[in-house]
Design a protein. Structure first.
Length: 189
């Protein structure tokens, strides 16, 4: 059964709600507890991939009751469209070396897996003690790369989704839930 979006200004561009703010909050708590368990006795460096990670990263780190450090990277893979360009570029790098550190990469969504593959390979050359990935959404059907995502929130249907960090041409990141964007929004432009 599909959940209609709330009747708000941004909600008018949404076809259906896939993951409500409440669904997400519960899942983030669950992931946070698993991460605390996994990293017990360590002090992980949590790396958020900008810009899409920002609500998830903030909520996830607050669900982790332990010492941890945060840093951010920005990469481009999409441009303004709804299809992956296949080109990945580092736009903002980390502020510190990561040799010997336990790295947790936090991503909004894994689609083809190109961004993550490129990123984890680039980070691997810097000799961290470990690299794991936590993604809120996993679009398994779209995967072209063989990558391991150890923690994932939800499996996402092969549709273009926005909200809770995910954008279309820069918009909708501030929606408190994840929903399917109405096709009319991108076919009109
Ligand atoms: P990948 O390299 O194909 O795995 O794409 C990963 C990146 O594409 C994510 O970090 C998002 O920024 C973006 N992306 C993939 N699918 C969607 C979507 O449905 N909505 C918004 N952004 C998406
Ligand atoms: Mg994006």
């Amino acid at each position: 059964m599909s959940i209609p979006p709330p009747k708000t200004h941004l909600g008018a561009s949404i076809e259906e709600v896939l993951f409500s703010a409440e669904n997400i909050a519960a899942k983030v708590q669950e992931l946070g507890q698993q991460l605390v368990e996994h990293y017990r006795g360590k002090r992980p460096l949590v790396i958020g991939i900008l810009s899409g990670c920002f609500p998830f990263m903030a909520d996830l780190c607050r669900a982790m009751d332990m010492e941890l450090e945060v840093d951010f990277m920005a990469v481009s893979s999409y441009g303004d469209g709804t299809k992956s360009s296949g080109v990945v570029r580092i736009l903002k790098d980390l502020g510190q070396p990561i040799e010997g550190r336990h790295i947790l990469v936090v991503e909004d969504i894994i689609d083809t897996g190109l961004t993550l593959r490129y990123l984890t390979e680039a980070l691997q050359t810097r000799k961290p003690a470990s690299i794991e990935v936590c993604a809120l959404l996993d679009k398994q059907e779209a995967r072209t790369q063989n990558i391991e995502v150890r923690w994932k929130g939800f499996v996402c249907p092969h549709k273009f989704v926005v909200g809770y960090g995910l954008d279309y041409a820069g918009d909708y990141r501030n929606l408190p839930y994840v929903g399917v964007l109405k096709a009319s929004v991108y076919s009109d432009s």
